[in-house]
Design a protein around this ligand. Structure first.
Ligand code: GLN
Length: 468
């Protein structure tokens, strides 16, 4: 039988394999054929793997996820040629579950960015319109799933890198509760924020993949046991209290088409039986982004200190040790990591530490408290995921501040350690609009339930129009 990789969900693929209608190998080959056909244009993959291992549904992994024996670059020249000698915990879990690896997907360098244009290996393109970005940093994984080049994929999210590309590519993405998925073996960006999570076509696929990767890991002391994952079934929202935070829905820069699609989805929550009410997160939007751009670069400057030309990837020799380190870092890092190393090192420097990093940590607590207060009255908070639909390649590349604003609405809940789910909720100018659902810590099952019911009712067609 022929496999329609554009349409097939991972759940359906799994069923085909179980029933023996398609072998795991045939599935893998179907995706590889789709990659051969479309990845030249979209550039979702940085590395393709050889022989498939496992008897399940294949998967793609963002290139910040360490994979034994398979080059892992994090989108950076400084890691070009780095082949990990061990698997990250998530790569190992995916392997244990029998999911063969298709390849490693493109990412902004060290996951710093919102468009994949910061990848040292060139940007990915949006399958809905290849002149536009797929979002970032996990644009490779999102575009691969949307374009039928992988049934599902894993990404990583520090301030929006799973949710925002999922929104721009019209698919589902989950940033799990901080600590539910191991970071062991992941190329670190900002350790107090980084989380690995699934990028999929449907909410049920998302729950299935989350079930594979979630859980305590003795190799990562920040992990906790996640509650058992329920596969969502319910098609109504009876008894669910949906909060609409004013600031996240009325923020400056939200495109009218995005606002309209999100408002329709909120109306639909009512129709499905939810109790919908307005709420407020007064300081999260005003301060979230500035606070993130102190904490994330500060942690990045410390995490990126390890790339010294001695231990990993690139080495540019120049006489002595110091010259070698300097030249390796100068030639190995692109502009964005350099900008963040400088900003972060400054924010952490003696005399400024309290004023910047210390103060940002306090604001972070305020943001977490605001969310906690909102969850006293609501089970889930809704807003747009991204203020805009996919923008043109090059439109924001020279303007870091405009690029940073892409994550205005995803960052607050990330700062608070909360889980967030993107589901597509309609089109604006022929491009997907994403709805963000945020819940309290460990509320993934609620997000799946609400996301699934909405997904059913919205009936969004995740196959990009130009590929139908
Ligand atoms: N775009 C944000 C940044 O550049 C978030 C990236 C991420 O979540 N990894 O930091």
């Amino acid at each position: 039988m022929t496999v329609d990789t554009l349409r097939l969900t991972a759940e359906d693929a799994m069923r085909l394999v179980e029933r023996g209608e398609v072998s795991s190998r045939e599935l893998w080959e179907a995706y590889r054929a789709a990659i051969d056909e479309r990845d030249g244009e979209l550039h979702c993959y940085l590395t393709l793997t050889g022989e498939p291992e496992g008897d399940g549904v294949p998967i793609a992994l963002k290139d910040v996820i360490g994979t034994k024996g398979v080059e892992t670059t994090a989108g950076s020249k400084i890691l070009k040629g780095y082949v990990p000698v061990y698997d990250s915990t998530v790569a190992a879990r995916v392997k244990e579950a029998g999911l063969p690896l298709l390849g490693k997907t493109n990412t902004d360098e060290f996951a710093m960015g919102s468009s994949t244009e910061n990848s040292a290996f060139g940007p990915s393109h949006n399958p809905w319109d290849p002149t536009r970005v797929p979002g970032g940093s996990g644009g490779g994984s999102a575009a691969a799933v949307a374009a039928g080049l992988a049934p599902w994929a894993l990404g990583s999210d520090t301030g929006g890198s799973i949710k925002q590309p999922a929104a721009l590519c019209g698919i589902v993405g989950l940033r799990p509760t901080y600590g539910t998925v191991s970071r062991y073996g992941i190329v670190a960006f900002a350790s107090s924020l980084d989380q690995v999570g699934p990028t999929t076509k449907t909410v049920r696929d998302c729950a299935l993949l989350y079930r594979v990767i979630a859980g305590r890991d003795p190799m990562d002391s920040t992990t906790a046991d996640a509650p058992p994952v329920d596969l969502p079934e319910a098609e109504d929202l009876k008894g669910v209290r949906v909060g609409v935070p004013r600031e996240l829905n009325e923020a400056e820069g939200i495109e009218p088409g995005v606002r309209e699609a999100v408002e329709r989805a909120i109306e639909l929550c009512r129709t499905l039986g939810a109790e919908v009410g307005e709420t407020s997160l007064p300081r999260s939007v005003d301060y979230g982004l500035s606070c993130y751009y102190l904490i994330a670069p500060a942690e990045a400057s410390s995490n990126l200190a390890r790339y010294d030309g001695v231990r990993y990837g690139l080495r540019v020799t120049d006489g002595g040790y110091h010259g070698m380190v300097e030249r390796t870092r100068d030639e190995g890092f692109g502009d964005e990591p350099k900008r963040r190393i400088m900003l972060g090192a400054y924010a952490l420097s003696a005399g400024y530490y309290e004023a910047f990093y210390g103060q940002a940590q306090k604001v972070r607590t305020v943001i977490a408290d605001e969310h906690r207060a909102a969850f006293e009255s609501f089970d889930v908070l809704v807003s747009p995921t991204s203020p805009t639909v996919a923008f043109a390649l090059g439109a924001k590349a020279q303007d870091p501040l405009a690029m940073y604003l892409s994550d205005l609405l995803t960052i607050p809940s990330c700062m608070a350690g909360l889980p967030g789910l993107n589901i597509p909720c309609g089109l604006s100018d022929g491009l997907p609009v994403g709805l963000q659902l945020v819940g309290p810590q460990f509320s993934e099952n609620t997000l799946f339930r609400v996301g699934h019911a909405l997904e059913r009712a919205l009936d969004f067609d995740y196959v990009p129009e130009r590929l139908r």
